[in-house]
Design a protein around this ligand. Sequence first.
Ligand code: 5GP
Length: 144
Amino acid sequence: MSLQGAYDDTNIFARIIRGEIPSVPIFEDDDVLAFMDAFPQSRGHCLMISKTSRARNILDVEPEVLAVLSAAVQRLARAVRKALVPDGIVVTQFNGAPAGQTVFHLHIHVIPRWEGQTLGRHAGGMADIAELKSTADMIRAALD
Ligand code: 5GP
């Protein structure tokens, strides 16, 4: 999907918000949901989404929603730092399929990095769910 087009209610993250398909959540409130990426590029790779906006990407999103989302991403990244002690953290998002976007509900990636460890393929192999749950527990326990 290009940068033009309509929001599709059947996208996978909309279905996760509605509870139609399972996810491994870290935290949620009325505005945002943080959950583990099912095809992680590193241990602790997680995602932050708005539960209220129908933005497909950062160009669509309401500025006030982006402000809430950004603060939540910072809180999540701080918890990842505390829980997993990475050497670095990538915070990123993609806009449009040619830019690498595969799910068209705005989301921010938080990807911990360790010296000497190569990054896994984007949307590559599926994670072990028990491992995702235990990592999510660690990150949740580290939230301020
Ligand atoms: P994008 O490519 O759109 O920036 O990122 C989409 C992300 O969603 C990818 O990192 C991919 O691994 C992840 N993903 C795709 N399908 C699912 C799913 O069903 N559950 C979860 N938790 N993550 C998913």
